[in-house]
Design a protein around this ligand. Structure first.
Ligand SMILES: [Zn+2]
Length: 433
């Protein structure tokens, strides 16, 4: 039997249908969140907002206070509540407890409902890539700390092959890919691709053969740089970048690779000024604020994600009308030098162009939002160093200074020292010292 191109008919809903769906869902989730999530009730009471004030998307954006991860942590600490006042405690509906990755602080526990926005979004994304019932799927388990994904995939007739992330798993991954011929994979990452590159160089195994059956793989954790994008294309592998949609769902690029798709039946998205938190129009760069439309267990409502984004609301070439957005970086990572905004994503592309620094390991030293000069600490691979330390530093300095056009200081360190700083999939890109 032929399968439809899209997993869920809502993916091709018209703009008018999406607007209508959101209007009803916003009013319902707002009332539910106020009734069941103590942090929402506390925040709204302090702002003098009642659920009966919210009758439309317009009321919602004008009246509902924005919360963020710091509010969740603060509530957790004040009330000794592991869910940070965000668990609506619907009896019998909690499937498992996961945690966030802790990118911007300590990991936050997240109860998982039997329906999860992330799972629904990711299953649609894999279907878009080409995964169908009866197929295999490679699952690199490093980013998600949930616990219910396996059930959801098996319900749809997809068999997972699971791997942890680490050099010893790479030959096993290559072998299993050749044996089971998976259709898609997730979540591929910079460290995994670097390990694969080293494995192919050393073993002589053929990457085109390993990835022969893959119609694509979801890539996340950090931005995908040009070098690894080009390398993986030479393996015949198409990567689909993904990011967290403000802890409410995943947002993944489609085959057009023109921004992250936010499924608007799962979440309502908007942008606000990162400093004043006043609403901005679509197309303006601002902080992404997300509201779940279906997660009754963790009803995040007007949740400031800390991501700087630019929203595009027109139809996409893939056939969907759901919004897309470009992700520029974290609001707390942004630095302004001589009026110019600089974010780690831009520096990544410059650093990884050099053989000695191809792993793209660097840190921006950020002591303030506005600074006089860009200070970079860049990690190099000792084994690849063919010139002196000073020559490499001057080469990097010249190229980056020309590209960004601001005063620059570059410090070179052995990349092994930087790798000690973070979990294997990401080091802090911005540091105070
Ligand atoms: Zn699309």
């Amino acid at each position: 039997m032929a399968h439809p191109e899209f997993f869920d008919p809502v993916e091709t809903a018209s703009r008018e249908d999406l607007d209508r769906l959101q209007e009803g869902a916003i009013v319902a989730i707002a009332a539910h969140a106020y009734a069941r999530a103590p942090l929402i009730r506390e925040t709204w009471d302090a702002a003098g907002v009642r659920p009966s004030d919210i009758r439309s998307v317009g009321d919602f954006v004008a009246k509902v206070p924005i919360i963020d991860k710091d509010d969740v942590r603060s509530y957790r600490d004040r009330h000794d509540d592991p869910s940070g006042g965000m668990s609506a405690s619907v009896p019998g509906e909690t499937v498992s407890i996961g945690t966030t990755s802790g990118t911007t602080g300590d990991p936050t526990p997240v109860p998982n409902w039997y329906r999860s926005g992330s799972e629904e979004a990711y299953f649609r994304d894999h279907w878009h890539i080409g995964l169908r019932p009866g197929d295999y799927f490679s699952w690199m388990m490093f980013t998600f700390r949930g616990g219910h994904r396996r059930r959801y995939y098996s319900e749809h007739g997809v068999s997972e092959i699971c791997f942890s992330i680490g050099p010893s798993e790479i030959p096993r991954f290559a072998e299993a890919s050749k044996r089971w011929r998976p259709t898609s994979g997730a979540i591929f990452s910079n460290p995994m691709l670097l390990m694969l590159e080293a494995y192919f160089e050393k073993s002589g195994d053929d990457p085109v053969d390993v990835f022969k059956s893959y119609k694509g793989a979801i890539f996340g954790g950090e931005p995908l740089g040009n070098r690894l994008a080009t390398l993986t294309r030479s393996w015949g592998l198409e990567l689909f970048e993904t990011t967290s949609l403000g802890d409410v769902a995943g947002a993944t690029m489609c085959r057009m690779h023109d921004g992250f798709h936010a499924y608007e039946d799962l979440a309502f998205i908007e942008t606000v000024d990162p400093v004043t938190r006043e609403p901005l129009a679509d197309g303006e760069v601002g902080e992404l604020v997300v509201t779940t439309l279906n997660d009754r267990l963790t009803p995040l409502v007007r949740y400031g994600s800390g991501d700087l984004v630019q929203i595009k609301r027109g139809p996409c070439g893939c056939g969907r009308n759901h919004a897309r957005y470009d992700l520029l970086g974290r609001a707390t990572d942004q630095i302004i030098i001589e009026g110019r905004s600089i974010l780690p994503r831009e520096i990544m592309g410059l650093v990884e162009q050099h053989s000695e620094t191809r792993a793209g390991l660097f840190q921006i030293i950020r002591t303030d939002r506005e600074m006089d000069a860009l200070k970079l600490r860049i990690g190099y691979d000792r084994a690849r160093l063919e010139v002196s330390h000073e020559v490499l530093r001057d080469r990097l300095h010249g190229m980056i200074a020309e590209a960004v056009g601001v005063r620059l200081h570059v410090e070179l360190v052995d990349e092994q020292d930087l790798l000690k700083l973070g979990p294997p999939h990401k080091i802090p890109r911005v540091t105070r010292q």
